[in-house]
Design a protein around this ligand. Structure first.
Ligand code: FB9
Length: 498
């Protein structure tokens, strides 16, 4: 069996006092890197050899240099392109190869060609019948590894002409070490009871501990990026004094998801194209009756200064169960509770982060479900200014300072605003959510005091997470095709740190 490289090196050093790993590579016609690899494993077995680093400057041909060796120097190619009857300079440039310009000036300086200006256009003619392409010959020497014999002036000129380049190679000069041996004894990696019991441990050679080795990463749970960003949003809301709303009911009644939000029963979002209706249980029946009557009235006849929608509001429509299309349904339940709690209304700040479902066309950024993030503030005399101020504070904590607001429409808020931010990482303005002041037709039937206003805003969890983790297709973030590596290696994100 052909001794492996380590043994061949050790056997060579048995006789040779010093050897350079580059020479060993030549000797064993092995790649130099393999020699260095073998040296590393010899060194792992102890001080069998010593290794001094050495650097070697060597002359090497550049790609252009290799082309000259292959096809001849630029000036030789130009000379070859000059026919006996002469040639117009422009034509020569075209025929003389990619480096005709350099070649022409060199051929002129060598006195190989001349420009006959006695004719027009002037013609380039040969001045000598034959030439010697010394450049090519000298570079061929280099190619044969005899670059060392080239006169320094030529070397400097060839370097300037980017035909030659100096390469520095690192190598090691090896010599026999204090623990030199011609064979590598197997290094033990474990100290076993048997070794201790037999006392054998004393004769054995153990692999030295590599204290820099990274231990096996402890197997542990990993938060999905979405949950890391959720944690970030939760932290922001809690810092701003908000408390979380209970969102543990994906199935909701049309009453709380739409009617309570003053969204009319013929609103397009209420048909099966946008909403997942539930067949079993298809209907809810338990509603605060008096409140339901007030909702019916404000939809059908108006009230509280509003003329309402003036349509025939149907209880059975409100009873239909569905998968909630927004967590604003939960906000409606919480605001109703706030209005009817012991001791009456008290100012409140609520937030929710949970799944909502929309029967929308699926594309790279939309699935039939996403996580809605919502903030709600109910207090006396709140204004649109309070909403804008709150949004600046909220997004500042997300590392976003430049906001713009665009008037929008929601059935349950008036005025309403789409929120846009300049995202420094993306270098562009992006839509980051929607917001508004809940309508009196929504709040007053709940029993909230006249002077109480409620401001709210909403966004998704998926969009900021995709932007944070640089994910363009939502299916790389959630679902069966997620690469768990992304989950395991995803850094603890700080949205406000780009
Ligand atoms: O999240 C959204 N964009 C976004 C948010 C944050 C973000 O952070 C980056 C670190 C900087 C980046 C992007 N959007 C809302 C905007 C768009 O993505 C939009 O195309 C998609 N929207 C979803 C709805 O799609 C149908 C995001 C989702 C959304 C929209 C509106 C609300 C909630 C979620 C709302 C509301 C609302 C309004 C008034 C009162 C109460 C709630």
């Amino acid at each position: 069996m052909h001794p492996d490289l380590t043994e061949r090196i050790l056997q060579h050093l048995e006789t040779a006092d010093k050897v350079d790993t580059l020479d060993l590579a030549g000797l064993f016609s092995e790649d130099h890197q393999k020699i260095v690899g073998a040296l590393k494993s010899i060194q792992a077995h102890g001080e069998l050899v010593t290794a001094e680093t050495a650097t070697h400057k060597s002359l090497g041909l550049t790609d252009e240099g290799r082309a000259v060796v292959e096809h001849g120097s630029h000036e030789a190619l130009v000379y070859a392109a000059v026919p006996p009857e002469g040639i117009a300079q422009a034509a020569l440039m075209a025929a003389g190869g990619p480096n005709a310009k350099v070649g022409f000036s060199k051929a002129m300086s060598h006195g190989w060609i001349l420009v006959d200006k006695s004719v027009s256009p002037p013609l380039v003619r040969r001045k000598v019948d034959t030439i010697t392409d010394a450049v090519r010959e000298q570079l061929q020497q280099v190619a044969k590894g005899k670059g060392g014999q080239l006169p320094a002036k030529e070397v400097a000129d060839f370097k300037k002409r980017k035909l030659l380049q100096e390469t520095t190679t690192k190598s090691f000069v090896l010599a026999r070490g204090p623990e030199f041996a011609t064979t590598l004894t197997k290094l033990e990696t474990d100290l076993t009871v048997e070794m201790l019991a037999s006392g054998l441990w004393d004769q054995l050679k153990f692999k030295s501990y590599n204290f820099d080795a990274l231990g096996a990463p402890p197997t542990r749970g990993h938060l999905h990026p979405l949950l890391k960003v959720r944690t970030e949003f939760r932290q922001i809301f809690l810092e701003m004094g908000f408390s979380e709303m209970p969102t543990n009911n994906y199935v909701e009644s049309s009453f709380w998801n739409f009617d309570a939000l003053y969204q009319p029963q013929q609103h397009p979002a209420r048909d099966a194209h946008d909403t997942f209706f539930v067949n079993n249980p298809a209907r809810s029946h338990k509603f605060p009756q008096d409140y339901l009557e007030r909702v019916k009235k404000v939809h059908s006849q108006g009230g509280y200064g509003s003329k309402g929608y003036g349509y025939d509001w149907k209880l059975e429509e409100a009873q239909k169960n569905l998968l909630r299309t927004h967590t604003t349904a939960v906000s409606a339940r919480m605001l109703y509770k706030l209005a009817n709690q012991e001791g009456g209304f008290k100012p409140a700040k609520y937030f929710s982060i949970d799944k909502v479902f929309r029967n929308e066309t699926l594309d790279a950024t939309h699935l039939a479900e996403f996580h809605q993030v919502e903030g709600v503030i109910a207090d006396v005399g709140l204004t649109l200014g309070d909403l804008i101020g709150t949004l600046y504070e909220f997004f500042r904590k997300l590392g976003i300072t430049q906001l713009e607001f665009k008037p929008a429409y929601n059935p349950y808020t008036e005025p309403s605003m789409e929120i846009f931010c300049y995202h420094p990482g993306l270098g562009k303005w992006i839509e980051v959510g929607n917001s508004g002041v809940f309508r009196p037709e929504m709040l007053l039937p709940m029993g909230l005091p006249e002077n109480v206003n409620v401001i709210a805003w909403g966004l998704s969890l998926e969009r900021p997470t995709m932007i944070k983790y640089g994910i363009n297709n939502i299916r790389d973030l959630v679902g069966p095709k997620v690469d768990l590596k992304m989950v395991e290696e995803g850094p603890i994100c700080r949205l406000d740190h780009a």
